[in-house]
Design a protein around this ligand. Sequence first.
Ligand SMILES: [Zn+2]
Length: 186
Amino acid sequence: MKTKRMILLALAGAVLLLQGSGTVAAAGGTDTLRIYSVETGEYSDLAYVRKSPKEWRQILGGERYHILREEGTERPFTGELWDNHREGIYRCAGCGTDLFLSRTKYESGTGWPSFYEPVDPGNIREVKDNSFFMRRTEVECARCGGHLGHVFTDGPQPTGLRYCINSASLVFAARSLEQAPFSKEG
Ligand SMILES: [Zn+2]
């Protein structure tokens, strides 16, 4: 009886330890995550992108660094992409992960690029954000953890969501999406 209780306690301790180690444990003990690619139409197990603040600053430059790595927000109607109407893929400016498609972008009138859904739920991460005394949901790139913007529930159908994203967090790749495979099998 006593031995059994000891084993249970040990197991509970192990669970606590695993929870404490964060995203690595959450990804099943590996250091990769499943990312969807629009152009191949397939999922791949890719390594997380992790860099020091100094490395990020060198790669991204001042404004992108501030927004992606310090959770900054660009002024509305100033970014490169809020009024972009071309067909293509919006990717993470930090690591190149596919994030949004032109066909899900819409006119929100906010001055920030706005989308009603990401290319795949696994390519982004949503995090509760209670800063500035507001209850918001922050949107991050799943692969590099870069801050993209916030998601709100006043968007258009079919999802009713508004992903309000900084232009500086994105790079746009013009593509004809009719040719891209969109099957999401597997
Ligand atoms: Zn990224």
